[in-house]
Design a protein around this ligand. Structure first.
Ligand SMILES: Nc1ncnc2c1ncn2[C@@H]1O[C@H](COP(=O)(O)OP(=O)(O)O)[C@@H](O)[C@H]1O
Ligand SMILES: [Mg+2]
Length: 256
């Protein structure tokens, strides 16, 4: 029998929607993540930076149930969680948007928004009309009103696809969204759109974890930044109080 979980602030912190404590992951002899701890607050954009191989994607996969940690814990919404699959974490309110999002090109926008979680009438029949309407109003709220919910996703630009993925996340009452390099391989104008969407999500009370190699983007859109170097956390920075030089220094390990 699971005991009753309550929100118990740790470390004097009570606005954290997600707490990561001592998370570690080893692949054979590679220590991909080593005893990493930090908090993610609601209505916060947290930057996650580090060189290739620093452990950024591993961290996201541990929190979202793709991998199992060797040590450490994740506390989400006040209770310790251990997801066995990305599906489980998503159903609880943690969404991950990868560079190649799991959208189906052959399906229409609304079908992608409701993929695997269709709305039905009381008597079990799929409610297509309502899903199209809901998708349209979501897109509208995200400033993507020019996008028709009945367009096939394969015809959309990279930035528009990201918009669809984010709409999907918003609809399903997502509390935390991890975006693993969402701006990589996008045109400049589309990067701007994605950054605006991140801003909208924050306004809606979602916590966003944003991974990017572009420090200008990171410094422009985040509230705080966490830095990884070879699996170790080398810094938790207040964006207003840091600069590119400091971030780069911590990305290289933090000495000098
Ligand atoms: N599935 C895996 N099997 C073996 N090694 C892995 C696996 N995933 C990641 N790694 C290793 O873990 C380290 C961190 O990788 P990753 O989390 O992908 O870094 P990042 O996303 O910061 O580039 C790297 O050394 C990488 O080679
Ligand atoms: Mg990665």
């Amino acid at each position: 029998m699971e005991k009753e979980h309550t929100v118990t602030p740790e470390d004097g912190e009570d606005t954290a929607i997600l707490k990561v404590r001592g998370l570690s992951k080893t692949f054979d002899h590679v220590v991909a993540l080593d005893d990493v701890s930090f908090d993610i607050n609601s209505q916060e954009v947290l930057g996650l930076v580090g060189d290739n191989g620093a452990g950024k994607s591993t961290l996201i996969k541990l929190v979202s149930g793709v991998y199992r940690a060797n040590a450490g814990k994740v506390v989400f919404g006040g209770r310790q969680v251990e997801f066995n699959s990305p599906r489980e974490s998503r159903d609880s309110g943690i969404e991950v948007i990868y560079q190649d999002m799991a959208l189906v090109d052959e399906l229409e926008v609304w079908e992608n928004v409701f993929l695997g979680r269709q709305l039905r009438h009381g008597f079990g029949v799929i409610d297509r009309k309502r899903m199209i309407e809901e998708a349209a109003s979501l897109l509208e709220r995200l400033g993507l009103g020019s996008l028709s919910p009945t367009t096939q996703v394969g015809y959309l630009s990279g930035g528009q696809k990201k918009g669809v993925a984010i709409s999907r996340a918003l609809y399903w009452d997502t509390r935390v969204i991890f975006m693993d390099e969402p701006t990589a391989a996008l045109a400049v104008i589309e990067i701007q759109r994605v950054l605006e969407l991140i801003e909208r999500l924050r306004e809606k009370g979602v916590a966003v974890v944003f991974v990017s190699h572009n420090l200008k983007e990171i410094l422009g859109v985040t509230n705080r930044i966490i830095v990884l170097h070879r699996g170790q956390l080398t810094g938790i920075l207040d964006t207003k109080e840091t600069d590119e030089d400091e971030v780069i220094r911590l990305m290289m390990g933090g000495e000098n």
